[in-house]
Design a protein around this ligand. Structure first.
Ligand code: URP
Ligand code: ZN
Ligand code: ZN
Length: 464
């Protein structure tokens, strides 16, 4: 199968030029002006951007959490991601406490196998790591699981103590792999929650009020200190606020290998969403919580000056009816998480490029290339070049849409609300190729499945 994409404006993290792209089977084999070769399929990309498929390094499909399961599985989640211009996700497999991480990996392979429309990889969530199990981390790396998430939050659920952090960090560093950190002091936060509950507070807004930004900053500081001593590269996930960003900046100025991710929810939404009528605020109960609005400017600055490396979604959807409603009696019972995997590219293009906060190259970098580099997918994915996977998005920079659960163009996620309801965006995904297969064409799904598990390299890897 061959495909020729004609007349597009190709934008990568470093290039911006007009040319044609020739794809044979899964790979890009030629890029040039006025390519004339015959192809099984020709796509005219005039007046469109031709960009590397988005990479979302933080999703939770089919995840047990908060007494229920995240609403998108490996069929609906990747499909929604594809409609939004994302062609690869890195989801989180989970180790059941006391059991093998390799068993956890098998479970996630079973959940995903044969279902996904786009390619996917896994990080491993480590919930305990006695000395006797440390060798598993090497085996995980051999299986292409070259990053691990550990939690300072959620005591009694996913939380691990500092000793476990140190052991896992040391091993990850020795193996040439990376640690992803949910950095928030969950022990202190639980005490604050107890006080709020004792005072009779039940409404969703108390989720935000019991999670001070200082407790996120403390987690960032502590995890960086442990990573520095353990000599492991660190990736702070879902960084939400200026206090936490300051700790990242300070460490980077000292030459520490720490990079950080933020998410659209922290760039576009703020704590006023918790003040909505009745139980409505539960839609935005996520961790870290939404912050005061002024933090958003600091995060955009962080992206501009490269103290923030990537924009992921932390897509972890729960339906408002029946799932979020588990917390009707108390904010402590609301499942934490929100949807967004479908909306990331348009939100960031609109808020970043259209509104003048970043240029086109940086847009590609923060939505694709940087994640590929951080997580051992580059240069197979994350750019457009001869020899790379033909994961390509043809993006209409002018098209406007209003994001809504009721807009069939913006909502394929299996969840009964949109976190960005009513947001108007300019810039929209039109056609998507995944390893050369046209999976979405003019906003219509063309293929049901075919996404593959991607084994990730330890660091950046060369093409074969
Ligand atoms: O609220 C969130 N973020 N839910 C997903 C789990 C996590 O902490 O990433
Ligand atoms: Zn987290
Ligand atoms: Zn998450």
């Amino acid at each position: 199968m061959s495909t020729l994409i004609k007349n597009g404006r190709i934008v990568t993290a470093v290039d911006d030029y007009n040319a044609d792209i020739f794809i044979e089977d899964e790979k890009i084999t030629q890029i040039g002006k006025n390519l004339e070769m015959g192809a099984d399929k020709v796509i005219d990309a005039s007046n469109r951007l031709v960009i590397p498929g988005g990479i979302d390094p933080h999703t939770h499909f089919d995840m047990p959490f908060g007494g229920t399961m995240s609403a998108d599985d490996f069929e609906s989640g990747p499909r929604a991601a594809a409609f939004g211009g994302t062609t690869c996700v890195i989801d989180f497999a989970i180790q059941t406490k006391g059991e093998s991480t390799l068993k956890g990996l098998d479970t996630w392979h079973e959940k995903a196998d044969g279902k996904a429309l786009i390619d996917y990889a896994f990080h491993m969530i480590i919930t305990d790591m006695p000395d006797s199990r440390l060798g598993e981390m090497r085996k995980l790396a051999d299986e292409g699981i070259t990053s691990y998430k550990l939690f300072m939050a959620y005591p009694g659920v996913l939380y691990v103590d500092d000793g476990t952090l140190y052991r896992a960090f040391r091993q990850a560093g020795d193996n040439g792999t990376r640690i992803c950190m949910h950095a928030e002091n969950g022990i202190v936060i639980d005490e604050i929650i107890k006080e709020a509950v004792a005072d009779g507070h039940t409404e969703p807004k108390w989720h935000g009020l019991t999670r001070p930004t200082r407790m996120e900053a403390e987690g960032v500081y502590r995890s960086i200190a442990i990573a520095e001593v353990a000599k492991v590269p660190l990736y702070i996930v879902h960084l939400s606020c200026s206090d936490a960003l300051e700790e990242v900046k300070r460490a980077r100025m000292r030459g520490i290998d720490v990079i950080a991710e933020t998410c659209p929810q922290y760039l576009f939404l703020d704590k006023s969403y918790y003040e909505k009528e009745g139980f409505e605020g539960a839609k935005w109960v996520m961790t870290p919580a939404l912050r005061e609005k002024w933090n958003q400017d600091e995060l955009w600055q962080g992206l501009k000056f490269r103290d923030l490396e990537t924009i992921a979604t932390d897509h972890c959807p729960f339906c408002f009816k029946e799932q979020k409603e588990l917390g009707l009696e108390s904010f402590t019972k609301i499942p934490n998480g929100a949807p967004g995997v479908e909306n990331r590219m348009s939100l960031i293009y609109n808020g970043g490029v259209v509104q003048g906060r970043m240029d086109l190259n940086r847009f590609v970098e923060v939505t694709s290339t940087a994640a590929a580099k951080a997580f051992g997918l580059f240069p197979k994915k994350g750019t457009i070049a001869v020899g790379t996977d033909a994961d390509i998005v043809i993006f209409d920079p002018e098209r406007k849409e209003t994001i809504s659960v009721n807009n069939p163009c913006t909502h394929h996620m299996r969840v009964d609300y949109s976190a960005y309801e009513g947001f108007e965006v300019q810039g929209f995904t039109e056609t998507v190729l995944s390893r050369g297969r046209v999976i979405i064409e003019n906003n219509e799904q063309k293929i049901e499945k075919g996404g593959q598990f991607v084994k990730r390299a330890l660091t950046g890897s060369r093409l074969d």
